[in-house]
Each structure stands twice: as C-alpha cells, then as structure tokens.
Design a protein around this ligand. Structure first.
Ligand SMILES: Cc1cc2nc3c(=O)[nH]c(=O)nc-3n(C[C@H](O)[C@H](O)[C@H](O)COP(=O)(O)OP(=O)(O)OC[C@H]3O[C@@H](n4cnc5c(N)ncnc54)[C@H](O)[C@@H]3O)c2cc1C
Length: 414
C-alpha cells in the first residue's frame, strides 16, 4: 500500500489534486465522511463553478463533476469513512495512520497533499456571557441540519457575524419559514462577499447591524433570547446600549480557520496571517513532499480557485527534484499566498492570491526584486472579504530579495 501521493480530505481540493496527478502514478484519497464532496455536499445554493465551468452550479453538482472523474480513474484509490489520526516520516516515506471500520491501517506515500479543509470558529471562541443551551450553533451546523438532515433548528433566530455561511443561512432559514431577526456584526464593515449580502440579506429584507455584538445568551435548556450591545472601535461592548431580543436560536458565523493539526505535527511552518501552511507556488510547504491546498491552506471564497490551486499541487507530484525556495517579504496585505517562491523552477507566470487589509478605493501593488521595481498593478475597490488572484511574470533567481507591497494609491489613476 505505497502511493506516489496520499491526499487527505476528499473535498473539492482533494479531488482536484488527485485528478491532476499523472495517471502513471498511484494516488490514494482518504476521507473521513461516507461520501466525497466535502463541504459542498451541504451547499445546496447555486453560485459554484461560474469561473471554471461558466455555469452556476449548486455545491453537490460542482462536487459531482469531480467525483465522477475520481471514480473513473484507475490510478486513484478512495477510502471513505476513514479518519487520518497520525502521520510520520519513516525510511523516506510518509506513513499515514488511519482508523476506520477495518481497524487501524497505515499507508505509505512519497508525497502528501493536505486537503483537510477548515473548521468554524465556535461560540466558545467568542466572548459571550450567559448559558450554552440548545439553539446555540454555528452556521455550518445549521446548514447541515437543514440541508442534509431535514431538521429546522430555529423558528426565530439571531445571526452573529456577517461571514458568508451566516448570510447564506439567513436566506435558507427564511425560505424554510423561520424569522431571521437580524445579522449582527462587530466590525464596521460586513465580512461576507458583496453578492451574498445582496442576494441573501437585502433581497429578503433581513437587516444587518454593524458595530454590534451579542453579549449575553439567555435560556436554560433552550435559547430564549440574546442581549445585543453596540461596540466601540476596539470591539468592546458599550454599556448602556444593551437590547434584549427574544429568539430560540443564536447562529454564529464568526470565521473559518484552516485545519492544521496534521501539518503542525509534521513540523510544517504556519503563516500567522492565513493560519495555514507557508507554501511555494506549487503549494509545497517547507517540508519537502508535503503540499497544502484548499481551505486547509487559506480560506477561499470561491471553489473554482480551490480546484485551480489543488491542481497545481497535483501536477507537481513527482515532477521536480531540486528546489530553491526564497521567502517573499510582504507589506500592506491581510495576507499573500504563496509566501515563498521556488526560484529554481520559476515559470513564465506565477499566480498569487491576496486579501487587502482594509477597504480601499484605489490601491497599488508593487513588486521589487533586489530593490528594483519588477511589476506595478493598480486596483479599484479592494475589500478584505474578496480575495484577489493575480498572475505575475517574475524573473526570480535563487538568493533574490523579493518584496510585495500593497498600498493606498493617491495619484488617483486606476
Ligand atoms: C457555507 C458555504 C458556502 C459557500 N458558498 C460558495 C459559493 O457560493 N461559491 C463558491 O465558489 N464557493 C463557496 N464556498 C467555498 C467553497 O465551498 C470552499 O472553499 C471549498 O468547498 C473548500 O474545499 P476543501 O476541499 O478545501 O475543503 P472541504 O470541502 O471542507 O473538504 C475537506 C474534506 O477533508 C475531510 N477531512 C478533514 N480532516 C480529515 C481527516 N483527519 N481524515 C480524513 N478526512 C478528513 C473532510 O471530511 C472534508 O470532506 C462556500 C463555503 C461554505 C462553507
């Protein structure tokens, strides 16, 4: 049971990576759930695949296109209902230990592709006083209950956080007959994509209140209401602004965090900005042979880019022996990926993904190599929730000093 690559996670990232590996190489996908598809299985709304397929697909439809390909390929083995518990390097191979109905089984791989997604930040990770009764859940849990299990988790709910999943669930619960009292966001600007704000809140008349947060949960066995307060610029609640809202559920949508326990156990350096591994343009981490893709690398807003990035990693398996990774210095971004460039294998263009640190009407991206400007690019209307993808021709050599700077652009021309 030795493979050229073992892919951990059978979501869109894992499937795209596995399908991109050369057909002459053996690949294994390990997935803890019963079916491939990852988070897409519960995303019944449309909007997936516009860039890749030129169609507005639902999550399951998008996933199906890759599932069909995975099962039609002779070089890809799939183990579902199989959970990866440990990975270690032994005799030059990654030994992946799994538990499943078959017991504890280990597989050996020359390369590892970590595609194990992200997890939701929970109510425990946000400071809210009060009880923790039934009815307090993350937006992903509410989505799973409604879309996969057919269970309505609320009749009248409050949503905390304006992340995309919360917005999508505001619409979904409304369509299913619940009353969504409002979405409360502590920041001064919403966290979700503009199109989700429009299609999920504004089109349904659901109010979004900024600079407000839930400070207290009421109820013993079941949520009976929440207290909402204004917050100051440091997101501290302002006393005297409390408002009690009766509801039977508080749905929390306060961010996603790359799932990186396995990567950390392998000694993979993590970027504090993305909370995912530091990678080069082939998505290889600083540990040779370990790739990171999809939401395990950084939280993507579009699945089309998840597939694209994962394919880059899959294609790279077994291709390159010598590498010369250099760290990229970055300034002014919320984050920039990749954070390193393999200077020994630079192609005509290198693709970067970044998020701005704040809303800005005009911004300028400058890339310098050894102090000389190599590229400048201008942008209008950058917003942190909307990741930007840019392809740059960067003639980088080993040992070069590469600097990326994103700054507000004052000259007014875009
Ligand atoms: C609610 C929601 C709405 C979205 N809406 C859109 C949209 O409209 N359009 C769009 O383009 N994108 C959308 N996205 C984004 C897109 O769906 C995600 O970016 C994409 O699904 C991430 O893919 P992934 O493969 O990295 O992660 P996932 O889909 O999370 O897959 C990770 C897989 O790894 C498995 N796994 C984890 N740990 C282990 C382990 N230890 N052992 C075995 N298996 C493991 C998990 O079971 C899971 O199947 C949305 C995302 C969410 C959550």
């Amino acid at each position: 049971m030795r493979y050229a690559a073992i892919v951990i996670g059978g979501g869109p990232a894992g499937m795209a990576a596995a399908c991109a590996v050369k057909e002459s190489e053996k690949v294994l996908i390990i997935e803890r759930e019963a079916r491939l598809g990852g988070i897409l299985k519960q995303c019944v709304h449309d909007g997936f695949g516009v860039i890749r397929f030129g169609e507005k697909l639902s999550g399951p439809e998008y996933a199906d296109r890759f599932i069909d390909e995975v099962y039609s390929r002779k070089n890809i083995d799939v183990r579902t209902l199989t959970f990866v518990t440990d990975i270690e390097k032994r005799n030059g191979y990654f030994v992946v230990t799994t538990t499943s109905g078959k017991g504890i089984v280990s597989y050996e791989g020359e390369n590892l592709i970590l595609a194990n997604g992200c997890r939701e930040r929970t109510a425990r990770q946000v400071n809210i006083h009060g009880t923790r009764p039934a009815g307090l859940m993350t937006a992903g849990t509410a989505q799973n209950l409604v879309n996969l299990m057919g269970i309505m988790p609320a009749k009248r709910c409050v949503i905390l956080g304006s992340g995309d999943i919360g917005l999508i669930m505001a619409r979904r619960l409304t369509l299913e007959g619940a009353e969504v009292v409002g979405v409360y966001e502590a920041k001064a600007t919403p966290s979700g994509l503009q199109r989700n704000l429009q299609q999920c809140l504004y089109d349904f008349g659901i109010p979004v209140s900024l600079k407000k947060t839930v400070t207290l949960v009421h109820g013993r066995d079941r949520v009976e209401g929440v207290t909402v307060s204004d917050v100051d610029d440091d997101m501290r609640p302002i006393s005297g602004t409390e408002e009690y809202i009766p509801c039977d559920a508080l749905i929390v949508s306060v961010g996603l965090i790359p799932e990186n326990e396995l990567a950390e156990n392998l000694g993979v350096p993590i970027d504090p900005r993305t909370k995912g591994p530091v990678v080069d343009q082939y998505m290889m981490t600083a540990v040779d042979g370990v790739y990171s893709v999809g939401n395990a690398l950084h939280v993507h807003d579009l699945v089309d880019y998840v597939s694209e990035v994962a394919e880059t990693a899959g294609k790279d398996v077994g291709r390159r022996k010598s590498r010369a990774s250099i760290e990229v210095t970055q300034k002014g971004f919320a984050y920039l990926v990749p954070q390193r460039i393999d200077a020994a294998n630079v192609e005509k263009e290198t693709t970067f993904y970044f998020r701005a640190s704040h809303d800005t009407e005009r911004a300028k991206l400058t890339v310098t190599i050894n102090g000389k400007t190599a590229v400048t690019k201008k942008y209008s209307m950058l917003k942190p929730p909307e990741a930007v993808r840019v392809k740059l021709a960067l003639p980088v050599k080993a040992g070069d000093d590469v600097k990326f700077v994103l700054e507000d652009d004052d000259d007014g021309n875009v």
